[in-house]
Design a protein. Structure first.
Length: 501
């Protein structure tokens, strides 16, 4: 009964006219961002963080969540029509979706992606509603040692699941941790790494770093040369799948949802990993593996379901522990802090309307997406033809105004420029910036809990292994390290990410 009453509170909150409006804005903007290659949900949410300061907490978080899972929907449109994934998690969809479009079945491919995404989003949101409250109760038993061990596990998992070289991912995490140290020491009040600039006494601006590394760097990369945007599927044909199509998509959709729901909880971009794992699984289970890469429906339904399920379940560690599972969730932590909300297990008890309102809004948002996306496909096709040299000045201006409006601090604009160049350099060096952002967000929390645990343990580090939950989390961390360093696992991991490129 508690679940039903809590969901009733959530739907009452999410269904208010104001929150419905912001949910609609979020999913439409997310779809638009997913459709237009070269922007991405992470950069968009980073740019919109300053605006959320003027909104109610529930409305702002519902809108940001809508942008995130809306982008997962939109990313499949470009993947299918122009073989250019709008989101990294849609890269697999392009393999068979684009081939379906070339064979005149663009409408079917888009419908399969939309229906798979809707089913996965609905089921995954139910899992969030079922598992978030009990995990919150467990999280209330966490002390400083447990939180430290959990964050170590999160960072190690982010390294293991990051795209490309493990050594580069480790370097990105360390760089993020170091950047997180800039500011004032939490116990002694001594400024550190501020270069004598008093404006950095409170630390580097999270919004400036995120916009620079993800937004400005991506713009610079896209300006190297406009990509070909020849759109297939202007004549989309029938949008609704045939009975045979539905028969082929149901099992992959269910398997992809299950796989994505599990992997989405993992730190480091579980939604991306889920889509590739789903594609591999479907190809191995298929009676006709030779059809994959030639327009197999299972190659669209499985990965699309997996990446949307992963996007939804990544909210579980955020809502229960206040720990981000991916860069977008790290930005959601930033949005909560901007609103004066301390992310963690107390959110469910202290602000139940916020907690359950976000969960309920996911069902509403997914319904909005499936209703809106298919009729608006013609509009998305026309938007794909907008030249990038028209888009980027608008995006740059929006970035600068948004970052400056947070603190009205000109140093934040210098920081955006610096991190934009840094992000561009990282792209050229083939270093993924996602672990850097996770390290930056988790760094101060990691340090605070490490020092607090050591104080409670009177300087004895054994406190991390004598407390059962902490010991289990550290054992899992060691297990992740051992598994990812096994030669066979490393080889398989490299093969997956080579395919991603």
């Amino acid at each position: 009964m508690d679940l039903i009453s809590n969901l009733g509170l959530g739907f009452a909150t999410a269904a208010s006219p104001e929150n419905l409006l912001f949910c609609l804005i979020g999913v439409i903007l997310g779809t638009l961002i997913g459709v237009l290659p070269g922007i991405g949900a992470t950069a968009t949410i980073a740019m919109l963080l300053p605006i959320t300061f003027q909104l109610e907490p529930v409305s702002s978080l519902i809108m940001l969540a809508g942008i995130y899972y809306g982008a997962q929907y939109g990313g499949s449109t470009t993947a299918i029509l122009i073989n250019m994934p709008g989101e990294s998690s849609s890269a697999v969809t392009a393999i068979d979706g684009y081939q379906m479009a070339r064979r005149g079945k663009a409408g079917t491919a888009l419908a399969v992606a939309a229906l798979g995404s809707f089913f996965a989003g609905t089921v995954a949101t139910l899992l969030v509603a079922l598992f978030a409250p009990p995990l919150t109760v467990i999280a209330l038993k966490f002390g400083a040692a447990e939180y430290f061990s959990l964050m170590v596990l999160g960072l190690v998992s982010a390294i293991a699941l990051a795209h490309g070289s493990i050594l580069k991912a480790l370097a990105m995490v360390v760089l993020g941790l170091l950047l997180g140290l800039v500011g004032t020491d939490i116990y002694t009040g001594t400024p550190r790494f501020t270069l004598g600039i008093t404006e950095y006494a409170d630390g580097l601006n999270f919004v400036a770093l995120a916009v620079g590394v993800f937004g400005i760097a991506e713009i610079l990369r896209n300006l190297e040369g406009e990509q070909d945007r020849t759109v297939l599927g202007t004549n989309l044909g029938g949008l609704f799948p045939t009975r045979e199509d539905l028969k082929q998509m149901v099992a992959p959709m269910v398997r992809g949802t299950a796989l994505g729901s599990i992997l989405g909880i993992l730190p480091g971009g579980g939604a991306v990993l889920a889509s590739f794992a789903s594609y591999t699984m479907e190809k191995r289970l298929s009676d006709r593996p030779q059809d994959f890469g030639q327009g197999a429906i299972a190659g669209v339904a499985g990965p699309e379901s997996a990446n949307n399920a992963g996007a939804q379940t990544s909210f579980i560690p955020l809502l229960t522990l206040g720990i981000p599972a991916n860069p977008v969730m790290a930005l959601m932590v930033g949005a909560m802090i901007i609103q004066g909300i301390v992310p963690g297990p107390n959110v469910a008890t202290e602000q139940p309307a916020l907690f359950w309102g976000i969960i309920a809004s996911m069902w509403i948002g997914n319904l909005m997406l499936v209703v809106l996306n298919l009729p608006l496909i013609g509009l998305w096709v026309r938007l794909l033809k907008v030249p990038y040299h028209v888009l980027f000045p608008i995006i740059m201006a929006f970035c600068s105004i948004g970052v400056y409006s947070v603190n009205s601090n000109v140093y934040d604009l210098f920081a955006v420029a610096f991190f934009g160049l840094l992000g561009y350099a990282l792209i050229k060096l083939r270093c993924e910036p996602a672990p850097l952002l996770l390290g930056f967000v988790l760094g101060p929390m990691l340090e605070e809990n490490l020092r607090r645990a050591m104080i409670l343990g009177r300087g004895d580090p054994s406190i991390f292994v004598t407390r059962p939950i902490s010991a289990v989390l550290l054992a899992l961390t060691v297990g992740v390290l051992v598994v990812v360093l096994l030669p066979s696992i490393r080889k398989k991991r490299d093969e997956v990410f080579v395919e991603a490129d």
